[in-house]
Design a protein around this ligand. Structure first.
Ligand SMILES: [Zn+2]
Length: 187
């Protein structure tokens, strides 16, 4: 089966603001959903995304893909192996927060400074219905929070506290944040 590049919804599209449907294990294992997951991964990689949520490609399902592999859009980010989260639930594993610099394939040309939990616990299924229970930290934790926010109908711009100083054009990023912004970890 040829993998397809799916159309990415842009900010303003209602599908980005609606919460997504949980999948039963049998639904997840069905061929249409497995093909959809292949297309989601292919679309994320084609667009150089660090992650992509199903509702960003117009499917209101609680599934997201995450992968960072020498990403040209985020050269300073640590690599994350390909991860598919189905029905993810996140909870903070610590009170500590840090400033993360984020962009989004659904919010073209903008980067913003967003507060994220340093450490989060994730419970989910992988694409084959196996349970995932792990704790992730730092920028990886921020990426998980960004993607699961999508599945709850939220965008990173919702978290930007001071849009005048913290929401900027990606082409001006070097001027504002320095060439290799490292997050201000509070510890
Ligand atoms: Zn996004």
């Amino acid at each position: 089966m040829m993998k397809r590049i799916l159309n990415i919804a842009q900010i303003g599209a209602p599908v980005l603001r609606e919460s997504t449907k949980r999948l039963k294990r049998e639904e997840l294992l069905s061929p249409p959903i497995q093909e959809f997951i292949d297309d989601l991964i292919h679309t994320m990689r084609s667009a150089n995304g660090a992650g992509l949520a199903a509702n960003q490609v117009h499917q209101s399902l609680r599934i997201c893909a995450i992968e960072v592999k020498n990403n040209p859009r985020y050269p300073y980010r640590p690599n994350i192996p390909l991860t598919i989260l189905v029905n993810p639930d996140l909870s903070p594993a610590s009170e500590l927060m840090f400033d993360n610099y984020e962009g989004c394939l659904s919010v073209p040309n903008l980067r913003g400074k967003v507060k994220r939990h340093c450490e989060i616990r994730v419970e989910a299924m992988d694409r084959f219905g196996n349970p995932i229970a792990e704790t992730v930290r730092g920028m990886t934790a921020a990426t998980y929070q960004h993607e699961v926010d999508h599945l709850d109908g939220k965008l990173f711009v919702d978290h930007v506290e001071d849009s005048k100083s913290s929401l900027i054009l990606s082409t001006s990023q070097d001027r504002y944040f320095g060439k290799s912004p490292t997050p201000g970890m509070i510890r």
